[in-house]
Design a protein around this ligand. Structure first.
Ligand code: NAD
Ligand code: AHE
Ligand code: ZN
Ligand code: ZN
Length: 373
């Protein structure tokens, strides 16, 4: 019989407070649930976004983190698809295979547990985390900033145990999101022109996707030019710092590309840049994909004429990837050397130092920091 166990975790007690490293209690997995020992986790900008207090669904106290890799420690009643010892990647976009969304064949946005997940709770409406008897909330159904976490079975992708979890944890969010947005959401074709705004973990992964898709031109835009070296290595062809221009950046890109790009991707979370990303698309067919997450109360705008004249505005969550059925193949492709993950890992550290990972992100000094437990 599995017991409640002690776990070292980073607790966000409130918005904008440093994470506090404490020992918490993690309950055994209940029916349909799995307890996972997290081996490594990346720190994504969305963790910082929620910690900032800008997330309408932000709820405290909470154990953040959603880009992890781990090993199944114990399973609850009725769990059949994973076993103790399996290597798994937690999924903030689960895949139940049964709901209207899963069955539609049109989206990866399984809704089976979305309501409780958004409230920081397990599907039965309770939490598995406590500190001194008081409940702590889950985050995006994952909470990977804890040595042990509990997830619904449908929120786990079982992956090849030969893959180093310290690297493939990045497939739990950033790398899959960027690559998938290019390949699944936009379906960029060979010879297309592409503009990618924001060269963090997401934008750089979109560069990988565009290179794989054999885009003829990959224009990258960032206000931090230190990001351009890795973008070039991954296949970007043109580099733009908006600070070098005194006109709207969409005008610069339209001139550079004889009327605009075929596809653009916003990987920042800035609603003004989202407008630029749409308006730098070619009249008649250009498509812009919103990936960045914007804060509560923010809205996007453009002249409707931009859409009337054929530009398309869309969005992408987790790169349109269905986690349980499709993510294991991303791991295989990584193992076969199709793409590299170590390029993204600019820093590694222990959980005790996790606040430094947020500092590095805000200072523009990291791509991904991976926390090792
Ligand atoms: P990051 O902080 O590592 O990178 C952001 C990059 O944008 C940085 O290089 C920064 O210099 C650049 N930037 C900031 N302002 C800019 C501007 N005005 N013009 C040009 N460049 C600018 O972040 P990340 O982890 O790569 O995440 C990027 C965004 O994607 C965030 O909003 C995150 O929440 C979101 N996200 C969405 C999904 C999804 O499924 N839709 C998944 C993961 C992350
Ligand atoms: N909670 C926010 C939205 C946050 C958001 O958009 N999350 C992305 C994943 S970001 C990963 O780094 C996502 O997949 N959203 C789909 C979903 O169902 O949450 C808000 O605005 O309320
Ligand atoms: Zn993320
Ligand atoms: Zn579903």
């Amino acid at each position: 019989m599995t017991q409640t166990i002690k776990s070292k975790a980073a607790i966000a007690w409130g918005p904008n407070q440093p994470l506090s490293i404490e020992e918490i209690d993690v309950m055994p997995p209940q029916k349909g649930e799995v307890r996972v020992r997290i081996v490594a986790t990346g720190v994504c900008h969305t963790d910082a976004f929620t910690l900032s207090g800008d997330d309408p669904e932000g709820i405290f106290p909470v154990v953040l983190g959603h880009e992890g890799g781990g090993i199944v420690e114990s399973i609850g009643e009725g769990v059949t698809s994973v076993a103790v010892g399996d290597h798994v990647i937690p999924l903030y976009t689960p895949e139940c295979g049964e709901c209207k969304f899963c069955k539609s064949g049109k989206t990866n946005l399984c809704q089976k547990i979305r309501e409780t997940q958004g409230k920081g709770l397990m599907p039965d409406g309770t939490t598995r985390f406590h500190k001194d008897g008081k409940p702590l909330f889950h985050y995006m159904g994952c909470s990977t900033f804890s040595e042990y976490t509990v997830l619904p079975e449908i929120s786990l992708a079982k992956v090849n145990p030969e893959a180093p979890l310290e690297e493939v944890c990045l497939l739990g969010c950033g790398v899959t999101t960027g690559m998938g947005a290019v390949m699944n959401t936009a379906k960029v074709e060979e010879g297309s022109t592409v503009a990618i705004f924001g060269m963090g973990g997401i934008g750089l992964s979109a560069v990988i996707g565009a290179t794989m898709a054999k885009a003829s031109r990959i224009i990258v835009i960032d206000i931090n030019e230190s990001k351009f070296d890795l973008a070039r290595k991954l296949g970007a062809t043109d580099f733009i710092n908006p600070k070098d221009y005194d006109k709207p950046i969409q005008d610069v890109i339209v001139e550079l590309t004889d009327g605009g790009v075929d596809y653009s991707f916003e990987c920042i979370g800035n609603v003004n840049v989202m407008r630029s990303a749409l308006e730098c698309c070619h009249k008649g067919w250009g498509e812009s994909v919103v990936i960045g997450v914007a804060g509560a109360g923010q809205e996007i705008s453009t002249r409707p004429f931009q859409l009337v004249t054929g530009r398309v505005w869309r969005g992408s969550a987790f790169g349109g990837v269905k986690g349980r059925t499709e993510l294991p193949d991303y791991v295989e492709r990584y193992l076969q050397g199709e793409f590299n993950l170590s390029d993204f890992i600019t820093h590694t550290m222990g959980l005790d130092d996790i606040n430094a990972a947020f500092d590095l992100m805000h200072e523009g000094k990291s791509i991904r920091t991976v926390i090792h437990f």
